[in-house]
Ligand binder design. Structure first.
Ligand code: SAM
Length: 339
């Protein structure tokens, strides 16, 4: 029996491709299991081992057989263990999203399962000229949470800019969760300034976070569009951060946007433009982000590094230093200083 099924497997057409795809499907299913575990409350409920019935009660699950199927999936992936009828979190990934600092990973998983998945499912219509989807209507809070994973890679560049200054008025454009304002505030007690955010739900999140971090008095979160005049942006900033944002502007507008940023700098002030740049087929995550940004209403192709440098120079910021922020990727920071 075993030999017959083994022979069948070995004779299958495209067996190498099949083997490869089955491995990929495992990763795909892990992402889906983790997202379902977070969204249903299973991940939180499994901080202590529990039987299926106890879990059903904790989750308020009405469908025991469906919960059983989800638990079986977790067991098959090695994310769950089962001893004496009690399930427990076993795998690295499930334990990570359960952890107090695991929200960024949970948000990353949610991003893949929801909008990154959707951009491919709906790609054929869009490629034929169909409209871009209105993802930005709802993905802002997920993006802001997932963006926190990148924070350590940006930190070095920010801290070098923030430390050892008697005065630091900072503007964080598209401030997301507000995490970079916090980083700078911790590095320099004199730092104060503004977080600008166009998405009201995200601005609310940033306000809440800054209040929780006791920084509400030092940083104001202003809801608005960078391109629109705003009294809160006047007076000159010593440091302007423009992180993970360039693809929210159409390529033909980018030079004007950089000119606007240059105009917000105080004399001697610095602009940090941080972004995933086009990988031209050599960076998987950059390519995936590009498919997503080309599919969304309100987003455009991710920029090219050399072209961005040229645009910054033409916008009045020719003094630049480029730093690769993440090994093996096209995630770079450009620090441009006003003459
Ligand atoms: C990908 S998120 C990055 C958030 C944060 N900078 C970070 O790196 O974690 C981009 C953010 O910029 C905001 N945004 C987009 N266009 C904007 C604009 N024209 N003015 C202000 N904020 C904008 C979006 O709402 C979103 O929260």
């Amino acid at each position: 029996m075993f030999l017959r099924s083994l022979r069948t497997a070995l004779q299958a057409r495209h067996k190498r491709a099949m083997f490869r795809l089955m491995q990929d499907a495992r990763s795909f299913l892990r992402l889906h299991f983790l997202d379902a575990a977070v969204q249903t409350g299973l991940a939180a409920a499994l901080v202590e081992p529990a039987t299926r019935e106890e879990l059903a009660a904790r989750l308020g699950a009405a469908r025991l057989e469906l919960l059983g199927a989800l638990l079986d999936l977790g067991l098959a992936l090695g994310e769950l263990g089962l001893e004496h009828g009690r399930y427990r979190a076993r795998g690295r990934a499930l334990r990570a999203v359960q952890a107090e600092d695991g929200d960024g990973l949970a948000a990353m998983v949610e991003a893949y399962v929801t909008y990154y998945n959707s951009v491919y499912v709906t790609l054929p219509e869009r490629l034929a000229g169909g409209p871009r989807a209105d993802y930005l209507d709802w993905i802002g809070p997920v993006v802001a949470r997932a963006s926190r994973l990148i924070e350590p890679y940006v930190a070095g560049m920010l801290l070098a800019e923030a430390r050892n200054r008697d005065r630091l008025r900072m503007l964080d454009v598209g401030c997301g969760s507000g995490t970079y304002l916090r980083l700078v505030a911790e590095a320099n007690p004199a730092a104060e300034g503004v977080g600008l955010e166009i998405d009201p739900a995200v601005a609310e999140q940033a306000r809440g976070n800054l209040a929780d971090w006791d920084l509400g008095g030092r940083f104001q979160v202003v809801e608005g569009d960078l391109r629109t005049p705003n009294p809160a942006l006047e007076g000159g900033f010593d440091f302007v951060l423009f992180a993970n944002l360039a693809y929210y502007f159409p390529p033909e507008e980018r030079e004007a946007v950089y000119r606007r940023l240059a105009g917000l700098l105080a004399e001697g002030g610095g602009l940090a433009l941080v972004c995933t740049f086009a990988g031209h087929g050599r960076d998987l995550l950059s390519a995936n982000l590009d498919v997503a940004t080309c599919s969304m209403q309100g987003c455009w192709p991710i920029p090219d590094l050399a072209e961005t440098q040229d645009r910054l120079a033409r916008a009045g910021l020719p003094r630049q230093r480029v730093e690769r922020l993440m090994p093996g990727s096209t995630y770079y920071g450009i620090l441009a200083r006003r003459e």
